[in-house]
Design a protein around this ligand. Structure first.
Ligand code: F6P
Length: 532
């Protein structure tokens, strides 16, 4: 099947399944009153933990502190089956154009598939051809990464990109910082606020700086504004037009626009790679510079191991599916509107920001694949900060506020760097928070000091923050988001909701200079006058 071939969505929308009604009845009956503390009292607790724990590639998960029992889980699995999650997953992995509103496949998984002849599964000709191109580009990218790593004259690499062309690479480079060669600094510039680029440029020298202009479209306002400002700075500092070609590289699908910008070294990718799924592609060059070719291949291998798990594990032991079913249970039946991600790992401090785009840009949709308005909620608000910092900021609300907010703890068995006692203190706090949320604490004499308990959490554990483990963790989230989108019957791969604001901004910008408020609403007109 080619990406443009006719394609029939194999899904049934969740609210049109039998399981949906049965889940609603189950929630009204037993589900909403589920008591975690009771589930952990008595001899059945060990069996509960065994049942709701599992080892997936590089990620161990304990789901037992969630508001769910085996009867709820059985109904949720029935929902996944009735919705056609498996057929839809197989369609994505066959290269079908499941991103139908943009007539594209969603083949980010192909970016981490082994080359043909290296154990890859047989694929349709369109997919096999794409895989050959993927490996050719990967080889070129890794060669360039090694070249930069070996080039002592380049001390600073500046990635200019936004959204998916920033969040994934920036998160991964921070996570794997221990592998970064000494003397090589990586910077990420995304905002069009000149404070960000301006402050960085003040610290750089043009001759020792490499700019990577990362943009799938090479038209994004923020990125192109920053790229032009960086180029102007480079020339103003005495850099020549000739030198510019050595110091500005492009990572993009728009080869022509990159050439028009004056860039000679361009790494391409394909329209079937969504921006928020692109860190595995040429957009990952800063990661490869930071961790080396071998490290980048390990990142891909970890993600591929999770792809295989997602494709082959039965739904009941399929970690992305189990996490997605919890998301649906909480969002659509309990009505929980947000989820907190708390990595107890300094390296993973940008994971919540990365997940905000992955989950909310993918699944923040209000119509189904046919364009029908949805009568149920989709993506929750995803937010968070690393532990233990979050404990001293917003955990108060998670423990005692009236809203229930499921928490996702992520911890490492082995620290990257350990100062005496620090890792034990860090993970003890993660365990303690999960336990305290579940158990709560009575305080008959002082209601201010009472903890209601019965607050759900998931605990994810990685052996260490290695490239493989990070790759597997990210792919786990990608497939979880996919599974939620499959159940909700939406297209998780477009993002039309970001268009309107961009168009309105284009109309307003000239008015800031002219002061023209004609035809504007009273509030916008008043603010524009304040700013003029
Ligand atoms: O890589 P580009 O084309 O500059 O786009 C950047 C980001 O802008 C968006 O299109 C919308 O915010 C994202 O989906 C994308 O990751």
């Amino acid at each position: 099947m080619s990406a443009t071939a006719a394609y029939t969505d194999p899904r049934t929308r969740c609210d049109r399944t039998l399981a949906w009604g049965r889940l609603a009845a189950h929630h009204a009956d037993a589900g909403q009153g589920f008591d975690l503390r009771a589930a952990f009292d008595g001899p059945q607790a060990a069996a509960r933990v065994a049942h709701f724990s599992q080892q997936a590639p590089h990620v161990f998960a304990d789901l037992s502190k969630n508001l769910i029992d085996e009867s709820t889980e059985a109904l949720l699995l029935e929902l996944a089956r009735e919705c056609g999650v498996e057929a839809y997953r197989d369609a994505m992995f066959a290269g079908a154009p499941i991103n139908h509103t943009e007539q594209r496949a969603a083949m980010h998984w192909l970016l981490r598939a082994p080359a043909i002849g290296e154990g890859g599964a047989p694929a349709a000709p369109f997919v096999a051809q794409a895989l050959r191109e993927v490996h050719a580009t990967l080889d070129s990218m890794l060669a360039l990464a090694e070249q930069v790593r070996a080039d002592g004259a380049i001390t600073d690499v500046v990635n200019i990109g936004i959204g998916g062309s920033d969040l994934g690479p920036s998160m991964a480079v921070k996570a794997l910082d221990d592998l970064r060669p000494e003397g090589k600094r990586l910077h990420f510039i995304s905002n069009v606020d000149g404070m960000e680029l301006g402050s960085l440029l003040a610290t750089l020298r043009p001759g020792s700086t490499l700019f990577l202009i990362a943009s799938k479209t090479f038209t994004t306002l923020e990125t192109m504004t920053n790229a032009r400002a960086a180029r102007a700075w480079f020339l103003a500092q005495g850099g020549s037009e000739k030198a510019l070609a050595r110091h500005f590289w492009a990572l993009t699908t728009n080869l022509q626009a990159a050439a028009e910008f004056g860039i000679e070294t361009t790494l391409g990718f394909w329209d079937w790679v969504g921006g928020r799924y692109s860190l595995w592609s040429a957009i990952g060059l800063p990661i490869a510079i930071a961790i080396g070719a071998e490290g980048f291949r390990q990142l891909l291998a970890g993600a591929h191991a999770m792809d295989r798990h997602f494709c082959t594990a039965p739904l009941a032991r399929n970690l992305p599916v189990r996490l997605a079913l919890l998301d649906v249970w909480y969002r659509n039946f309990h009505g929980f509107a947000s989820r907190c991600v708390a990595p107890y790992s300094h390296g993973l401090r940008r994971l919540p920001a990365y997940l905000q785009q992955l989950e909310m840009e993918s699944n923040g949709k209000g119509v189904d694949a046919a364009g029908e308005p949805l009568p149920y909620a989709t993506a929750p608000v995803v937010w968070g900060e690393p532990g233990t910092n979050g404990q001293h900021a917003f955990f108060q609300m998670i423990h005692q506020g009236p809203d229930v907010i499921p928490v996702e703890f992520i911890a490492l068995r082995r620290p990257g760097r350990d100062l005496p006692d620090q890792h034990a203190r860090l993970v003890a706090n993660a365990l303690a928070q999960a336990k305290a949320l579940m158990r709560g604490r009575g305080s008959p004499d002082n209601p201010h000091r009472a903890f209601p308990g019965n607050r759900p959490s998931t605990f994810l554990l990685l052996d260490a923050l290695t490239p493989e483990a990070l790759g597997a963790l990210i792919a786990l989230y990608e497939h979880r988001v996919f599974t939620c989108g499959a159940i909700w019957g939406i297209n998780s791969f477009d993002q039309w909701g970001v268009e309107l604001g961009k168009v309105v901004a284009q109309g307003l910008e000239p008015r800031l200079a002219s002061g023209d408020t004609g035809g504007l609403d009273a509030s916008t007109a008043s603010l524009l006058q304040q700013l003029a």
